[in-house]
Each structure stands twice: as structure tokens, then as C-alpha cells.
Design a binder for this molecule. Sequence first.
Ligand SMILES: *[C@@H]1O[C@H](CO)[C@@H](O)[C@H](O)[C@H]1NC(C)=O
Ligand SMILES: *[C@@H]1O[C@H](CO)[C@@H](O)[C@H](O)[C@H]1NC(C)=O
Ligand SMILES: *[C@@H]1O[C@H](CO)[C@@H](O)[C@H](O)[C@H]1NC(C)=O
Ligand SMILES: *[C@@H]1O[C@H](CO)[C@@H](O)[C@H](O)[C@H]1NC(C)=O
Ligand SMILES: *[C@@H]1O[C@H](CO)[C@@H](O)[C@H](O)[C@H]1NC(C)=O
Ligand SMILES: *[C@@H]1O[C@H](CO)[C@@H](O)[C@H](O)[C@H]1NC(C)=O
Ligand SMILES: *[C@@H]1O[C@H](CO)[C@@H](O)[C@H](O)[C@H]1NC(C)=O
Ligand SMILES: *[C@@H]1O[C@H](CO)[C@@H](O)[C@H](O)[C@H]1NC(C)=O
Ligand SMILES: *[C@@H]1O[C@H](CO)[C@@H](O)[C@H](O)[C@H]1NC(C)=O
Length: 434
Amino acid sequence: MKTSSLPLLLLLLHLSATISAAPSLSPTPAPTTSPIPPLKKPPSSSTSPLDPKQLKALESLNIPTVKDPCNHRPTTSKSASSSVVTCDTSSPFRLVTSISFTNCSSDLSISSTALRALSPSLTSLSFLNCPSLSPPPRLPESLHSFTAVSSFLRRRNGLSGVFLARLVNLTDLTVSSVPVSTSGLFVILGNMRKIVSLTISHANLSGNIPKSLHSNLTFIDLSDNLLKGSIPTSVTLLSNLKSLNLSKNSISGDIPDGIGDLISLKNLSLASNKLSGPIPDSISSIPQLTHLDLSGNQLNGTVPRFISQMKHLTHLNLANNDFRGVLPFNASFIKNLEVFKIGGNSDLCYNHTVLSSKMKLGIAKCDKHGLPLSPPPQKEDSNSDYDYGNEDDTSEKKKEEHHGPNKVVLGVAIGLSSLVFLIIFMILLAKWCG
Ligand SMILES: *[C@@H]1O[C@H](CO)[C@@H](O)[C@H](O)[C@H]1NC(C)=O
Ligand SMILES: *[C@@H]1O[C@H](CO)[C@@H](O)[C@H](O)[C@H]1NC(C)=O
Ligand SMILES: *[C@@H]1O[C@H](CO)[C@@H](O)[C@H](O)[C@H]1NC(C)=O
Ligand SMILES: *[C@@H]1O[C@H](CO)[C@@H](O)[C@H](O)[C@H]1NC(C)=O
Ligand SMILES: *[C@@H]1O[C@H](CO)[C@@H](O)[C@H](O)[C@H]1NC(C)=O
Ligand SMILES: *[C@@H]1O[C@H](CO)[C@@H](O)[C@H](O)[C@H]1NC(C)=O
Ligand SMILES: *[C@@H]1O[C@H](CO)[C@@H](O)[C@H](O)[C@H]1NC(C)=O
Ligand SMILES: *[C@@H]1O[C@H](CO)[C@@H](O)[C@H](O)[C@H]1NC(C)=O
Ligand SMILES: *[C@@H]1O[C@H](CO)[C@@H](O)[C@H](O)[C@H]1NC(C)=O
């Protein structure tokens, strides 16, 4: 019995060694709890009926009106066209205040007659993923909010600037993944005196940023367009601005000093443009900045130390620029950030008595004069988020000290030992059976 249990024991030992050497499986993500659909309000007898003219208009827009359309909820079936209507509580007739179309069917058309019937009360209109829809000739000027995402794609020119410019009562404009043809943003914004939130992204928007902007803007996303020229002072005068995203354009010149006047700013992305010059010191006076993305430009000079004193910062991306000198950050600052990227700055280096190579920053170590040591590190994927606190990284440290041959030796040793175990096992098995 003793001899027969030995091979099994060896096998088990070998197996358990192999298993423990394998990388531990990442924890399975927690099951996403599906949101509970909002309950349909029971039609209370006290609410007045919908205005008959508006009811007809909704019917012409393929919106089901058998049940009270004001409480209509999207159908549950995926990819089916759906619409959500909200109404006010006026009497004797209620009036439609907002309509949102999602995944429109190809036979939907928005008639001018229907819009006219809805227009005095309609303040919000949205089209999400309605690519084959044609834009109506004119939208009601009563709109406070207009949204078009991945819609109106059959027309090569998408939406025209003049079409949008007529919406003088807008506070919110969102156009994303819809081409916008205009000679410049000034055409669209010229008369939108109440605009607060502006998104025109992934829209092939060309021209410059206007020299004058309406002062109540709190949110600007003009990312992924064809904007050029420099950042004008009109932008730095927006003292209510909380978020400015100009990423993925061809904006050039310096980051203006006036950027520090944006004292309400929380998110700033100027990534993937053609900006040059230094990071202005004035950025240190933006008290609540949480996201700072200046990656993919030609910014130069040293990385300012004051960035590490910005208490609210959680996302910092300075990758792929021309910064030089010694990175002035310590490990505790970097570890407290959710995202930190600095790779792709070939003249920048880190002080290895302050920061460990474990952090895989994607820049070279400094020599004693504060210059990058050659050879520079392997180019890191600047899109990956590095995981600093991870203790498993100790194995990575050896890798970086260029002990390449040792790894081969280790591999051969493991392979050989496996073979030896297998042979012993087979011999013992043969003995035992025979
Ligand atoms: C729209 O269609 C997409 C898939 O094409 C689906 O994921 C989404 O849930 C749909 N939206 C609605 C509101 O039906
Ligand atoms: C714009 O809004 C104001 C107040 O909300 C309203 O009085 C005015 O009639 C609206 N303009 C148009 C053209 O609907
Ligand atoms: C922008 O223009 C390019 C070429 O002119 C085209 O390929 C692309 O689809 C356009 N993008 C949008 C969002 O319309
Ligand atoms: C800006 O907003 C404030 C309050 O939100 C309002 O009183 C003021 O009239 C607005 N200014 C403009 C130019 O719309
Ligand atoms: C800043 O960006 C983050 C991530 O994109 C977002 O969650 C947050 O709401 C934004 N804050 C503002 C003020 O736009
Ligand atoms: C800016 O816009 C880009 C592209 O639309 C997006 O990926 C990024 O998250 C935005 N950044 C911030 C800080 O809002
Ligand atoms: C930074 O770049 C600008 C032009 O792009 C150049 O004039 C300036 O000398 C550079 N500054 C440093 C410190 O390299
Ligand atoms: C790291 O840098 C931050 C900001 O400059 C500073 O407040 C903190 O004391 C430093 N921590 C260590 C351990 O040096
Ligand atoms: C690196 O840090 C140490 C300790 O703070 C300091 O003495 C040394 O001068 C620094 N080296 C460089 C090149 O900055």
C-alpha cells in the first residue's frame, strides 16, 4: 500500500505546484443588477386629457397613443424603436413638453405639421441612434434642449450650422456622431444667448473657436472634430465653466495663462492637439481640478511640481509630449491618483531613489545629473492603466533588471523537473501494475 500511494502523492504535489504557480484568476465581476424599470403611474382620474391636436401630432410620429402617451415607457425589446414623452399638468388639456426618440424605425418621418402642433409647449427633443431619419426642415424655437446622437446620417452634410443656429432658446445642445456642416461655431452660437451646456463632438466641426462666447456656459465638449487655431481668451473668461473638453482637434499655440481664471473648472482635456510651450503656472490656481489630460501634444519645459499639490486631482495624463528634466512627483502622490500617465516623453526621467522602477512609468531613470539614462525603457502602452499598489509586481522587478538568461534557465529547470516527475510516476505505476 505504501508504494502504491507514493506516485499519487508525487502527482498531487506536482499538480498543486503547477496550480499555485499559475497566475491567479482575476475575480469575476459582480453580476450587474439590472435596473428596475420605473413603474407605470396608474392613470389618475384627476389628470386632464392630452390636447387633441397634440395627440394627433404624436400619432403621426408613430408614438402609440392607445394608452396615455405621457406615461409611455420604452418597450423592453432590444433595438426596437422607442419613444418617451413627457407632458405638463395644465388643464383643460395637458401639453407635451419633451419627446425622446431612440432607435427610430426607418419609416419614421418628422413632419413640420406635427412639430407645429407641438411647438408652443415642446421644450426638449432628442434623437438617439436614428441614422436613417431626415432632419425636419425646421425645429421649434421653443426648444430649450436639443440632442442628436448618431442620427441623420443619410444626409451627407448631416445638420447645418444655420439649422442649429435658429434654436435661440437653447440652454442645452448635444450633437454627437452627427456631421455638422458650417463655416464655424460662431454661426451656431451667435444668437444662443442662454446656452449653458454645449456638446458638439465627433461631428467634423471645422473652423476656429469663436472669439466671443456666452458667459453662462458651464460645460463644453468639442472633442474629436477638426477645430484649428489657438485657444482664444473668450474661453478663459467663462468663470462658470466646470468642464472643458477640446481633445482630438488640431488646436495649436500655447495653453493661455488665462486658463487659471477658470476657477470653477473640474475637468480639463486638451489631449491630442498641436499645443506647444509649457504648462502655465496659473493652472495651480484652479482649486477643484480633478481631471487634467494634456496628453498627445508638443508641450515642453519641465513638469511643474505644483501639480502634486492639487488636492482634488484624480486623473493626470501628461503622456506623449516633449517634457524634460526630473519628474517632480513622489510615490504617495502618484499612488493616490486613479489614473497617471507620463510615458512617451523621451527627455523626461525619474529619480530612482524617490520612485521605484516597479511603477513602470514608461520613462527612463535619471543619472546623477538628472538626465535620462540610456537605454530608455521599453515603450509602454500609453493606454494601459498601471496598477501600482499590487504586491505581485515584485516579480516584475527582476524582469526589468535584464536577467534575461536566468529566466531561460528557470524555464528549462521547471520543464526538466516536470519530466523527471512524469518518468518517476510512470516507473512506479509500471511497478505497481506489474
Ligand atoms: C437601442 O438599440 C440598442 C442596440 O441596437 C440597444 O442596446 C438599446 O437598448 C436600444 N435602446 C432602447 C431605448 O430601446
Ligand atoms: C423663448 O423662451 C421664452 C421664455 O422661456 C419664451 O417667452 C419665448 O417665447 C421663447 N421663444 C420662442 C421663439 O419660442
Ligand atoms: C468626417 O469626414 C470624414 C471624411 O471627410 C468621413 O470619413 C467621416 O465619416 C466624417 N465623420 C462624421 C462623424 O461624419
Ligand atoms: C446667467 O445665469 C444667471 C443665473 O443662472 C441668470 O440670472 C443670467 O441672466 C444668465 N445670463 C445670461 C446672459 O443668460
Ligand atoms: C469629469 O469627467 C468624469 C469622467 O469623464 C465624469 O465622470 C465627471 O462627471 C466629469 N465632471 C464634470 C464636472 O463634467
Ligand atoms: C474628452 O472627450 C474624449 C473624446 O470624446 C473622451 O474620451 C474623454 O473622456 C473626455 N475627457 C474628459 C475629461 O471629459
Ligand atoms: C518649447 O517649444 C517652443 C516652440 O515649440 C520653443 O520656442 C521653446 O524654446 C521650447 N522651450 C523649451 C524649454 O524647450
Ligand atoms: C509627496 O509629495 C506631496 C506633494 O508634493 C507632499 O505633500 C508629501 O509630503 C510627499 N510625501 C512624501 C512621503 O515625501
Ligand atoms: C534624487 O533624490 C535624492 C533624494 O531626494 C537626491 O539627493 C538626489 O539629488 C536626486 N537626484 C536627482 C538627479 O535629482
